[in-house]
Design a protein around this ligand. Structure first.
Ligand code: FAD
Length: 629
């Protein structure tokens, strides 16, 4: 019997980075899923710079990948210049970044969506949600209504509308409604959502003008080829997945650029008061940089190709909403840009977002059952942050329908856990992006061990397919076997291994050491150690060798961190009911009671992280919880 066209388990609204991961995760979890989006052509579109990863963001990509998501594989299929950032620093902050071919990226995502069993695609603008009162249980979502009046029904809906909700573009004094350049806004849906009890505010973001690369003079710029060895994003990926590689270039703004900007500040919507929303602090516009860092004579600009078969380049670092005539003048004052032809104007966009403290850590809204929010609408910025939330929301939407408990990673388990916990506990009043400094357990949460941290749980949740699981299990076993092998090889001042190590590696041995102990020494690495016949053969898989080496070198820190995590965990998982009577906790100050009532944390761990919370208040809470048992 043909499936009812209008009835699904999960509906995902929006085909951006959050929406595609949400739809794929939901379908992989066995839910009949419908992805509704404005335009099938823009599925997987990158609104801003075609680049994936970076510090903190690369970690998210690897975690999404470990949970069976698509972003890392799409980046491998589209990455045209690869870099390993912080390569000379500690393993916690090393990160992968690739410049992507915009169109290859989009094609890969579209293919992934189209080939996912259980996932149906339909092009439509959603104008409203169907929400019914569920008796004593409060409101519950029942489906959506499209612009043309079609009704699709589902007990779970994931909203991932990005910058489109009441989106408003600004270029100088000109402003108009749009979701992003060339796309319609979601105005009706935004108005309908404002009638609901969600806390809505405005944020803004911006993008630079795009330039025809054939009109630039590269001879005055510095070439930045990709790194060798070239990183690969996906655990199941390889260099064979990568397309042709190209270079990026570096140039600078000049004093004249800054003079042009200063003279036109009164025409900038950011400074004239035309824009109300707060912009991304870590990705400021060029006018913002010139004002905030007035002492700097120039700012770096990365000249990044938009793709292999297109002439456009993305000048990373000059995001602006100044009027077009000023954009043209400032662009042409940049070294190598004297004859630059702008193909698209830069602009800023303001949009509605929801206070993420209205969400549970599953990303389900607290006020409407079965309704999940993910991506930019939760106050974040960036493809990776959006995709990470999408995966968790899509998974939990499916689990909601299947009456399974929700799952969200802990802070010590994944950056995805840090991201979600920060959002739902602390909220945000500026676009939130991920940094390694946001994680207290950075050394645990490395890019290189994302698979070891998350693939097992991803498999249990039904997100990881057989091929990935087999590959993962082989790597995990190989790491364990090599660690055990090195742990069982002994070198002492009196045995041949010890004498060989002393003579060849120039190390002093005062007592017996295992090869694993030797690996902990700062002057030794895995390759040197296993070059000795006594400790050979080295494993062939570089990822296995890297893992054995990092775990050995940092074992002291890692063990201390694991002990700290275990200690924290005791409170972390102590649940607090959503209707917990904070007013009944004697000794709790009115201010802290108010904070607890507004966040309504799901666990004591989450309560501890509410800004301003004190250890004394947590003790009172614990006493009350123990009595209530
Ligand atoms: P989006 O990628 O915006 O996707 C939303 C999707 O929902 C679209 O497919 C849209 O068509 C669809 N949709 C919306 N409403 C409806 C509806 N009612 N019915 C059906 N479909 C709907 N990030 C950075 O990290 N750094 C930056 O500097 C940066 N600059 C940016 C500049 C601009 C101008 C813009 C627009 C974005 C910028 N971003 C930047 C943000 C980045 O693009 C987003 O973080 C990311 O795309 C968010 O993903 P998302 O899935 O939440 O939303």
């Amino acid at each position: 019997m043909a499936q009812d066209f209008h009835s699904f388990d999960v509906i995902v609204i929006g085909g951006g980075h959050a929406g595609t991961e949400a739809a794929l995760a939901s379908a992989r979890s066995g839910a009949r899923t419908l992805l509704l989006t404005h335009s099938i052509e823009t599925i997987g579109a990158m609104s801003c710079n075609p680049a994936i990863g970076g510090i903190g963001k690369g970690h998210l990509v690897r975690e999404i990948d470990a949970l069976g998501g698509v972003m890392a594989r799409a980046a491998d299929a589209a990455g045209i210049q690869w870099r390993r950032l912080n390569a000379s620093k500690g393993p916690a902050v090393r990160a992968t970044r690739c410049q992507a071919d915009r169109s290859l990226y989009r094609s890969f995502i579209r293919r992934a969506v189209e080939s996912q069993p259980g996932l149906t695609l339909f092009q439509a603008a959603v104008d409203d949600l169907l929400i019914e009162s569920d008796g004593s249980h409060g409101d519950a979502v029942r489906g959506v209504v499209t612009q043309s009046g079609l009704r699709f029904r589902a007990p779970a809906v994931v909203l991932t509308a990005g910058t489109f909700l009441a989106g408003r573009i600004h270029v100088g004094e000109t402003q108009y409604a749009a979701g992003r350049a060339g796309d319609p806004p979601a105005t009706t849906l935004a108005a309908k959502l404002r009638e609901r009890p969600f806390v809505v505010d405005r944020l803004k973001t911006g993008t630079p003008p795009r330039i025809d690369g054939r009109t630039l003079d590269y001879s005055v710029m510095t070439e930045q080829p990709g790194d060798d060895p070239r990183p690969v994003f996906s655990f199941v990926g390889s260099h064979a997945d990568h397309p042709a590689q190209v270079s990026c270039w570096i140039t600078h703004t000049s004093e004249r650029t800054h003079d042009i900007i200063r003279a036109a500040l009164h025409r900038s919507p950011m400074y004239s008061g035309q824009i109300e929303g707060t912009g991304p602090r870590y990705c400021p516009s060029i006018e913002d940089k010139v004002v905030r860092f007035a002492e700097k004579a120039s700012h770096q600009i990365f000249v990044e190709p938009e793709g292999l078969d297109v002439a456009e380049i993305y000048p990373n670092g000059i995001s602006t909403s100044l009027p077009f005539d000023v954009q043209l003048e400032l662009v042409r004052s940049i070294a190598g840009f004297a004859d630059a032809h702008i193909t698209r104007a830069g602009y800023a966009i303001e949009y509605d977002y929801f206070d993420p403290r209205g969400l549970k850590s599953s990303l389900e809204t607290k006020s409407v059952q079965g309704l999940f929010f993910a991506g930019q609408i939760n106050g974040t910025t960036g493809y990776e942050e959006a995709a990470a939330q999408g995966l968790v929301a899509g998974l939990n939407a499916a689990r909601h329908v299947q009456e399974q408990p929700a799952w969200s990673p802990r802070r010590d388990q994944a950056y995805i856990g840090v991201l979600i916990d920060d959002l739902v506990t602390q909220g945000t009043n500026e676009p939130y992006r991920m940094f390694t400094s946001r994680a207290e357990y950075r050394l645990q949460l490395r890019e290189d061990n994302a698979d070891l941290r998350l693939t097992q749980v991803g498999r249990e949740l039904g997100l990881v397919d057989d091929a990935r699981w087999d590959l993962f299990a082989r790597k995990r076993d190989a790491v364990a076997a090599e660690t055990a092998r090195l742990g069982a090889l002994w070198a002492s001042p009196n045995n041949s291994a010890g004498r060989e190590a002393a003579a060849t590696l120039g190390i002093e041995l005062s007592r017996e050491n295992s090869a694993l102990d030797l690996l902990r020494r700062p002057e030794l690495d895995y390759a040197r150690l296993t070059s000795l016949p006594a400790f050979a053969p080295a494993v062939e898989d570089a990822a296995v060798a890297e893992q054995v080496e990092i775990e050995a070198k940092y074992s002291g820190y890692l063990e201390r961190q694991r002990a700290e995590i275990a200690r924290q965990q005791r409170n972390e998982d102590t649940a607090i009911a959503q209707d917990f009577p904070y007013g009944a906790v004697h000794g709790l100050s009115a201010e802290l009671r108010q904070k607890l009532e507004s966040v309504r944390p799901e666990t004591v761990g989450q309560a501890q992280r509410i800004p301003g919370m004190t250890p004394a208040a947590i003790s009172l809470l614990l006493v009350h919880l123990a009595r209530a048992k």
